[in-house]
Write a protein that binds this ligand. Structure first.
Ligand code: RFL
Ligand code: PHB
Length: 394
């Protein structure tokens, strides 16, 4: 039997934040898209991930017409804290850079994008399997998949892989073409979500001899906390009580004393990894977001990098369709990778500064408090951190 055929300009693999944002911006520019997604919409929306949006990401969501709820319900943060035991170092983004960040969950960004895409009427296929990307060297490429018991096929000018680290798109690029760079860290983050008031108005990135901790939030009655744990730990190893006790030991004592605890409503462990696959284009296939690169979450960069990739690709595709110019599309991989590597460096340096590395010798261990004391004393050092945290320009 012939597969059911869908014709479009851009086929997008993956309906996470990068796939949805790309589709939304292209549709707004009059470019047609169709999206396939391995999971259900409910499953995509149940994943608790990023919480911090850079200024550039906020502007891109405004451009996509999905920023109303974010501006109503999100929280502008003009600084954050780094701590080491009772030493607290405020990084004043506003004073040091003139900019701020937005605390608004990835889940909410994704929900706003689903609503906008539903309104656009963009064809979207959920719970697909057997995805294959074919004919990338032909005038028309094909994305073939199984959906609701039928074989289907999207015919398109270009395919964009927005299918995350475990997706098929990157694997479609021949191994001989791909250059991969990877650093796997010897620990993970155990995260919980709890319906309790956050312990501070701003995020606290805490370094301590017991390991790293992060106090974050979603809104005045929803807190998100993380602690560094060995890779061998499982969620079952950590009762809520054990989590709260360990978190308090890693935060400044004044913060721990005022912390309100409660039952967790989500608990998960994420391994930490730095990963880049170059190039981000192969024939008619482009990669965006986690499909091409992963950063450890310490710098809050993953979602924001996905957004800057989308920005560069949208510019390239608009130039291609509206001005018949391939220049920006041809430059996509280099432009996106230049920014990716800057975020890689920052995320790696924040991770290295704040975590306990079991294999470190005594000399290396001294480097962390030394660097933190320098940050406490030097406005120049704080400015460098702030400039990267609020996000380098697109
Ligand atoms: P996603 O979100 O992984 O979405 C990919 C989608 O593709 C689907 N898929 C397929 N669909 C069709 N066919 C296939 N064969 C497919 N294979 C996979 C998947 O089901 C999925 O829906 O990638 P995307 O869109 O590139 O977005 C990237 C972000 O999700 C990620 O970078 C951030 O969440 C990273 N991150 C953070 N980023 C920030 O900017 N700020 C933060 O504060 C921040 N905190 C975090 C984070 C990530 C975390 N974890 C769990 C990894 C905190 C954590 C704990
Ligand atoms: C979060 O709130 O989930 C979060 C915030 C900042 C990070 C990582 C995660 O650096």
């Amino acid at each position: 039997m012939q597969p059911i055929q869908v014709d479009t300009q851009i086929a997008i693999v993956g309906a996470g934040p990068s796939g949805l944002l790309l589709s939304q911006l292209l549709n707004k520019a009059g470019i047609k898209t169709a999206i396939i997604e391995r999971s259900s919409k409910e499953h995509v929306l149940s994943r608790i991930r990023a919480g911090v949006l850079e200024r550039g990401t906020v502007q891109l969501l405004e451009q996509a017409g999905v920023s109303d709820r974010m501006h109503r319900e999100g929280h502008v943060h003009e600084g954050c804290l780094l701590s080491q035991n009772d030493l607290q170092i405020r990084i004043n983004f506003k004073e040091l850079t003139g900019a701020s960040v937005m605390v608004y969950g990835q889940t909410e960004v994704t929900k706003d994008l689903y609503d906008a895409q539903d309104e656009m009427g963009t064809p979207r296929f959920h719970e697909v399997s057997e995805v294959q990307i074919l004919d990338l060297d032909q005038p028309q490429s094909r994305v073939c998949f199984e959906h609701e018991g039928q074989s289907k096929e999207i015919r398109c000018d270009f395919v964009v892989g927005c299918d995350g680290f475990h997706g098929v798109s990157r694997q479609t690029i021949p191994k001989s073409v791909r250059k991969e760079f990877e650093k796997v860290y010897p620990f993970g983050w155990l995260g919980i979500l709890s319906e309790t008031p956050p312990c501070d108005e701003e995020l606290i990135y805490a370094h301590s001899e017991r390991g790293f901790a992060l106090a974050s939030m979603r809104n005045p009655m929803l807190s998100r906390y993380y602690i560094q744990v060995p890779l061998t730990d499982t969620v079952e190893d950590w009762s809520d009580d054990a989590f709260w006790a360990e978190l308090k030991k890693r935060l400044p004592s004044a913060v721990a004393d005022r912390m309100v605890t409660g039952p967790s409503i989500e608990k998960s462990i994420a391994p930490l990894r730095s990963f880049v696959s170059e190039p981000m284009r192969y024939q008619s296939l482009f990669l965006c977001g986690d499909a091409s690169h992963i950063v450890p979450p310490t710098g809050a960069k993953g979602l924001n990098l996905a957004a800057s990739d989308v920005h560069y690709l949208v510019e390239g595709l608009i130039d291609y369709y509206h001005n018949q110019s391939e220049e920006k599309l041809d430059g996509y991989s280099d432009r996106a990778l230049a920014r990716v590597w800057q975020a890689m460096r920052f995320s790696w340096s924040m991770t290295t500064l704040l975590h306990q590395f079991p294999e470190d010798d005594a000399f290396t261990q001294r480097m962390q408090p030394t660097a933190l004391h320098h940050l406490a004393k030097s406005e120049t050092a704080r400015q460098e951190l702030a400039e990267n945290y609020i996000g380098l320009p697109f």
